[in-house]
Design a protein around this ligand. Structure first.
Ligand SMILES: [Zn+2]
Length: 368
C-alpha cells in the first residue's frame, strides 16, 4: 500500500526539517493604520510566542506598514516593480487574496479590477501599495480613491528608491515625506526565509523557474533510450523517485528520463498528483523536471508543478508552469483544475481543504 507523500513526511525527520517547509496558512493584518497599535490591542497577541518560534501553522500577524511591505514579496514570490499590489482583507484583517497589476494600466482598469476581486473575495478593506518612481504616487492615489468608492482602502503607500511614502489622505505620519525602507531587513522577511518562502529579485526570475533549460533537456534526452529498457512496477518506481526528492536529492538524468516516461502513464501521473501538495521539496522536484525533460514530456511535470505552486499560494508561478504544460497538452485535467482555481481567487485551503481527497466512495462500497 502506498502512503501519500505528505503523510509520509514525518517519518523522514531531517528531510522534513530541511525541506518540509511550507508557506504560512494565513496572514492577518492589524486593522490599525500607519502607526502600529499597541500589541495588547491586537486580538491575536496570544499567538506572538508561536510566531517567534517560527511555527508555520500559526497565522502571521502583520502589525505595521513595515510588516505588510516586508510580506508582499513573499506573497508574490518576487520583488515587484512598476506595479500596484493590492491585499484584500476580511473583517478581522485576514488576508483573503492579493493581486498585482502593472502601473502602466489605466487607473479605472486597475480600480475596476480591485473592485471585482474585492467583491469575489468578500473583502472588507484593501491595502494598496505602489512600486515605481515617485511620479507614480499620483496614479496610486488615484487608484486608491477610485477603488475606495467600493471598498475601504485601509492603507495606501508607494515604495520608491528605497523609501516608503504614505499616501493616506490627510495622514501626518513620518512616512508622508518618505522614510527609508528595505523589504529584506524586516522581521517578516526573516520569518518568511526561515519558513522556506521564496522571494526572487523580479517577476521574470520567478517565471524563469518554469522555463525549459535546453542543455539539461539534452542530457535527459540522451538518457531516454536506456530508460526505456527498464521494466519495473511503475508505482513502486514512482515512490522511490519521489522518496529521493523528499530527501532533497536531485534526480540524475537517467532518473529524470524514467520519471518522464512514467508520468506519461495516466495512473502514474494521477498517483503523483495524489502525492503532491504544498511542500518545498515537491516544488523543487516538479519545477526541476519541468526545466529538464524534453518538451514532449513536459505536460505532466509542469502540471504537477502548477498544482504544487497553486497549493502553496504562488499563482504567478502556477500559471507559468500551467502555460508550459498547456503548450503540450491543453486538455490536461490538472491544468484545467489549477487555472479554474486561480481564476476563482479562492484560497487553496478553502477550495480543497484536504488533499488528497478522502476515498469516501470506496469505504461505502467496500464494507471490509
Ligand atoms: Zn501615514
Amino acid at each position: 500500500m502506498h502512503g501519500h507523500g505528505r503523510r509520509d513526511g514525518p517519518r523522514i525527520g531531517s528531510a522534513r526539517l530541511r525541506n518540509g517547509t511550507r508557506r504560512p496558512r494565513a496572514a492577518q493584518v492589524t486593522p490599525g493604520g500607519c502607526r502600529a497599535r499597541h500589541r495588547s490591542a491586537w486580538p491575536g497577541r496570544h499567538r506572538e510566542r508561536s510566531t517567534r518560534m517560527l511555527d508555520a501553522s500559526v497565522p502571521l500577524l502583520l502589525r505595521s506598514p513595515e510588516d505588510i511591505l516586508g510580506k508582499i514579496p513573499y506573497l508574490l514570490g518576487f520583488h515587484p516593480s512598476d506595479s500596484i499590489v493590492t491585499l484584500y482583507l476580511g473583517p478581522q484583517g485576514q488576508l483573503r487574496t492579493f493581486s498585482n497589476t502593472s502601473l502602466g494600466m489605466p487607473v479605472h482598469v486597475i480600480a475596476d479590477e480591485i473592485r471585482d476581486i474585492a467583491t469575489r473575495a468578500s473583502a472588507e478593506m484593501v491595502v494598496i501599495v505602489g512600486y515605481g518612481p515617485l511620479t507614480a504616487s499620483t496614479t496610486v492615489t488615484a487608484v486608491a480613491d477610485a477603488a475606495g468608492r467600493h471598498v475601504r482602502a485601509f492603507y495606501t503607500c508607494l515604495l520608491s528608491g528605497g523609501y516608503r511614502y504614505c499616501l493616506r489622505s490627510g495622514c501626518s505620519c513620518a512616512a508622508v515625506t518618505g522614510v527609508a525602507f528595505d523589504p529584506n531587513a524586516t522581521a517578516v522577511a526573516a520569518h518568511a526565509t526561515v519558513l522556506g518562502e521564496v522571494a526572487l529579485p523580479s517577476r521574470d526570475a520567478l517565471l524563469a523557474l518554469a522555463d525549459a533549460d535546453p542543455v539539461a533537456q539534452a542530457g535527459v534526452q540522451a538518457a531516454l533510450p536506456q530508460a526505456r529498457g527498464i521494466q519495473r512496477p511503475e508505482l513502486v518506481e514512482l515512490d522511490e523517485l519521489i522518496g529521493q526528492a523528499m530527501l532533497d536529492q536531485r534526480l540524475t538524468d537517467g532518473e529524470a528520463a524514467r520519471m518522464a516516461l512514467l508520468l506519461r502513464r495516466v495512473p502514474v501521473r494521477d498517483a503523483a498528483w495524489q502525492r503532491t501538495d504544498q511542500e518545498m521539496w515537491q516544488r523543487n522536484l516538479w519545477l526541476d523536471l519541468t526545466r529538464r525533460v524534453p518538451d514532449q514530456y513536459v505536460a505532466a511535470p509542469a502540471a504537477l508543478a502548477a498544482w504544487c505552486a497553486w497549493r502553496r499560494g504562488e499563482p504567478t508561478l502556477a500559471l507559468a508552469a500551467a502555460r508550459r504544460a498547456a503548450a503540450v497538452d491543453p486538455t490536461g485535467t490538472i491544468i484545467q483544475v489549477v487555472v479554474a482555481a486561480i481564476r476563482s481567487r479562492r484560497k487553496p485551503t478553502d477550495l480543497i481543504p484536504v488533499w488528497p481527497l478522502p476515498l469516501a466512495g470506496r469505504a461505502a462500497a467496500d464494507p471490509s
